[in-house]
Design a protein around this ligand. Structure first.
Ligand SMILES: [Zn+2]
Length: 247
């Protein structure tokens, strides 16, 4: 039994994971789908409107991918950033991807908060991205995110990449747009601490925000862990609006 990411590369995702002991003891039946022993390098595109979005949305999943045996080529794109925030974004990405031999880190300077009003130039950038990047997995913003920049990035992701596995991550915020994502990645306490510690250490320019702190990041991980019966209690969650199972 296999599960594929799209028409181009069936079988990229593959083996069913056996039920672990803890789950079996609790009588749980949900199957997990893992990245299979793949043929060739996996290409991952991470998209974020602002300097810390990728790390907050999917930092735990990225850490798990980095710990896996998969050979991964990373394409890391942050679309806005003042000098300070750009510096934070680059240092954060370089630290996270430190041991990856294949990585491209790009920080653009589209104006924070004004993405919908600069839509044409950002759309042009996405078109250029398509020509240099053919990802197997794309992490991007949630389509119904209430931040206008996030929402545009999500829309342009779907406009641009038409035959790809796209996973939309969450961004907690004052506006209150937490929804009901349906794709989960379990993370253990160690990954949890590494994710949160990394964010707090690398994005000090955001520390003045009342929401920016360990409690917020851990609370979401715990909530999604609860929703997905994570043995470790924690999980990241995504909206996977198109997932192709190869049976
Ligand atoms: Zn953001």
């Amino acid at each position: 039994m296999t599960c594929s990411t799209g028409g181009r590369r069936p079988g990229r995702f593959g083996r069913r994971e056996g039920r672990n002991t803890a789950s079996a003891k609790r009588g749980q039946t949900m199957l997990k789908w893992e990245l299979s022993e793949k043929k060739g390098r996996l290409s991952v595109l991470c998209l974020g409107a602002h300097s810390d979005d990728i790390e907050i949305g999917c930092g735990g999943t990225i850490l798990k991918l980095l710990e896996s045996e998969n050979d991964i080529a990373w394409y890391w794109v942050v679309l806005s950033g003042s000098a300070k925030r750009k510096d934070e974004a680059v240092k954060s990405a370089k630290t996270l991807l430190n041991r990856s031999t294949e990585k491209q880190i790009v920080v653009k300077n589209f104006k924070d908060g004004y993405f919908p009003y600069n839509g044409a130039t950002i759309k042009d950038y996405f078109e250029s991205l398509k020509r240099v990047c053919s990802p197997d997995i794309i992490f991007t913003h949630y389509r119904h995110d209430l931040h206008q920049d996030h929402r545009l990035v999500s829309d342009l992701t779907w406009n641009t990449f038409r035959d790809h596995m796209i996973l939309e991550y969450e961004s907690p915020k004052y506006d209150g747009d937490m929804g009901t994502p349906g794709v989960f990645v379990h993370v253990d306490e160690t990954v949890c601490r590494r994710k949160i510690g990394h964010i707090l250490a690398h994005f000090k320019s955001q520390a003045h925000h009342h929401w920016f702190g360990e409690e917020t990041f851990r609370a979401i991980l715990r909530l999604r862990g609860m929703e997905s019966n994570a043995p470790s209690k924690y999980a990241e969650a995504f909206y996977g609006r198109k997932v192709l199972l190869g049976l």
